[in-house]
Design a protein. Structure first.
Length: 289
């Protein structure tokens, strides 16, 4: 007899006999700042065939049981887990609940093709760059990359321009892409990024290890966004990526950067692109049509 599968939207603490068929959207290890040799937990974002998402946590003592099996992009049937309230200031989904794996949790690879391969859930720019946005939730955003530096601008001529401050390994990832020479009109998708308020306005920043940056992702939104961008700029000569001024490297952004997680100068000493470099991080400047 076939097992009945549930949808994420139905999951609640009222019972424990849920069975989900989900794709692993994102998987990362939560840091333990008291013991940096071992992760605090393994964190997951799961998505079902309806496109709904839910976060899941695996405590340190159980990581060994699941870490090799739960690979990003793969689909699994998951059952026998606990359901808890979704709380905190870095919530990876808007679901009211999250899953906690136990020693009895069962994970089995699924061959179903019903779960979408496009794992993004983009939030419209007017919703993100709004002072009333609840920044306890991480968001997915997409834009055309038009500059790197420290300049800030939020809305102009009906389009939104946003900046995302990147730290640590994300700086290296950005510099690696820039050195490839394929940055002109590049579309960048940023998954699970953090919205923070700086001088009363929303800005984006990578959220520890949960954020994922993909350049020119092979999804429908990439083609649509690039087409809109090129159509809106038909009268402008083609130009490469703008290197934005570095004038406010310390003074203007100092307050914002001091209030956010940072990497050390030692960690960033080898990070360099042209003359664009800050002691704490680097800023990616994008446009959304």
């Amino acid at each position: 007899m076939s097992t009945k599968h549930n949808f994420i939207s139905n999951v609640s603490p009222r019972k424990q006999s849920w069975t989900l068929v989900v794709r692993v959207v994102r998987a990362w290890f939560g840091q333990d700042y008291k013991n940096k040799k071992l992760p605090f937990s393994m964190e997951l974002v799961l998505m079902d065939r309806k496109g709904d998402r839910i976060g899941a946590s695996i405590r340190r003592t159980l990581i060994y049981k699941f870490k090799e099996q739960l690979q990003e992009g793969m689909v699994f049937t998951i059952s026998s887990f606990n359901v808890a309230s979704n709380s905190g200031s870095y919530r990876p989904s808007r679901n009211e609940y999250k899953l906690n794996f136990t020693i009895n949790t069962k994970v089995k690879l699924s061959k179903t093709v019903l779960v979408p391969t496009n794992v993004y859930s983009f939030t419209p720019a007017p919703d993100v760059f709004n002072e009333s946005y609840d920044n306890n939730y991480l968001v997915d955003v997409i834009g055309v990359m038009i500059g790197v530096g420290v300049e800030r601008e939020y809305e102009r001529d009906g389009t939104y321009r946003f900046k995302c401050t990147l730290f640590g390994e994300y700086v290296e990832e950005l510099n690696s892409f820039l050195s490839s020479g394929e940055s002109q009109n590049a579309v960048v998708a940023i998954m699970l990024t953090k919205v923070k308020l700086f001088q009363g306005k929303p800005a984006l920043q990578n959220a520890f290890s949960s954020t994922r940056i993909t350049f020119n992702p092979e999804i429908g939104e990439t083609k649509e966004l690039r087409k809109s961008f090129l159509s809106a700029n038909t009268n402008s000569p083609a130009s490469g990526l703008i290197q934005l001024p570095n004038s406010s490297c310390i003074s203007v952004h100092e307050e914002f950067l001091l209030l956010t997680p940072r990497t050390t100068i030692e960690e960033l000493k080898n990070v360099y692109f042209g003359k664009v470099c800050t002691p704490f991080g680097i800023m990616l400047f994008c446009m959304v049509m």
